[in-house]
Design a protein around this ligand. Structure first.
Ligand code: FMN
Length: 329
């Protein structure tokens, strides 16, 4: 109730990125003063050999720099995927770069991998681990720097892996953000293979997953699934934001460029989940993300073969109790 009131009266009037920073600041403060504290979970579920308090995680992009891991855990997320982190820090695209479509409960973003860089984020997570026993599973989503060419992309992913694998529970290779020019070209099998191989060699025993775009043709998805199975990746994250504007209701497209997230993405994310489950070995972990709305949707994704589920936009619109509501029981 309070969140809905604040959202309507305060947040909607604020620039969305300023609102995000305010919420993040409040979460950090409440966590630091001990008001927002995660209880130790009594039951856990084992996925990829890791013990998750529950099967719901915060998707990449909400906590780009690993500063919100404890408050997100306290709000009920069993894992937090931080990042995307690039080897070198970068400012991202010019603002404004985040837009709300409230009637669709959706967002459009073209953040462009604004982040503190791999060394700084690795140091932060390492220090967090030293100081805390009770942490969620921490995934680290990695990408290439804006100015790195396609030929040098594998070296960027290798460098990010070298720095971040030691502090991560699992790694996610992001080649699917629409906001770094040319990034999605890395999803072509010929360009993708050297990236995956580079990360796998540097990741040691840490599970490595690949996050794909929802805008691929079925043939392209199948090629990627076969490559991922052949290289024995731990899993796939399905999917990132979409450049399509299909499925928007009762509100004209804003005309803003970027990736659309929220309910219009759900259909495509679920279709791809079903295709992947029917194609890859049962041992390969599938993480369903895109338009996650409520507890029934959460259960449905697990029933369709997802091993883990993530959300971002649903949390922004529903508020701080969302993760607890979804994972209750
Ligand atoms: C503002 C914003 C920033 C995002 N940044 C990243 C990112 O850095 N890396 C990434 O892999 N996905 C990023 N995403 C995509 C989300 O992780 C997720 O795949 C997508 O939003 C679909 O889930 P949702 O509909 O529950 O939001 C971002 C999404 C939003 C809304």
């Amino acid at each position: 109730m309070l969140y809905r009131f604040l959202f309507r009266v305060v947040f909607v009037r604020l620039n969305p990125e300023v609102a995000h920073e305010l919420v993040a600041g409040a979460m950090k403060f409440l966590s630091a003063v001990g008001f927002l504290r995660a209880k130790k979970s009594e039951t856990t579920k084992t996925v990829m050999g890791l013990e998750f308090a529950n099967l719901l995680g915060m998707a990449a992009g909400f906590d780009k720099n690993g500063t919100l891991i404890r408050p997100l855990h306290a709000l009920g997320f069993g894992h937090v995927e931080i990042g995307t982190v690039t080897p070198v820090s970068q400012p991202g695209n010019p603002k404004p770069r985040l837009f709300r479509l409230p009637k669709n409960k959706s967002l459009i973003n073209r953040m462009g991998f604004n982040n503190d860089g791999a060394a700084a984020v690795a140091a932060r997570v390492s220090s967090l681990r030293l100081k805390n026993q009770n942490l969620p599973i921490i995934g680290v989503n990695i990408g290439k720097n804006k100015n790195t060419s396609e030929e040098n992309a594998a070296a960027d992913y290798l460098e990010a892996t070298r720095l971040l694998a030691p502090v991560a529970d699992y790694l996610v290779i992001n080649v699917s953000s629409p906001n770094t020019q040319g990034l999605r070209d890395l999803q072509r099998v010929s360009a993708l293979r050297p990236v995956l191989e580079a990360v796998l060699t540097a990741a040691g025993k840490k599970p490595v997953l690949l996050k794909i775009a929802p805008d691929l043709e079925v043939e392209e998805i199948l090629e990627i699934l076969h490559l991922a199975s052949g290289l024995e990746l731990a899993g796939l994250v399905i999917s990132n934001t979409t450049v399509s504007r299909e499925g928007l209701v009762s509100e004209a497209d804003t005309g803003e460029q970027g990736g659309l997230s929220g309910p219009p993405l759900a259909k495509r994310a679920l279709e791809t989940l079903i295709l992947a489950r029917a194609t890859v070995p049962a041992s390969m972990v599938l993480v369903s993300v895109g338009g996650l709305s409520d507890a029934a949707d959460f259960r449905n994704r697990l029933a369709l073969g997802a091993d883990l589920v993530q959300g971002y936009t649903g949390f922004v619109y529903a508020g701080p109790l969302w993760a607890r509501r979804l994972t209750k029981g």
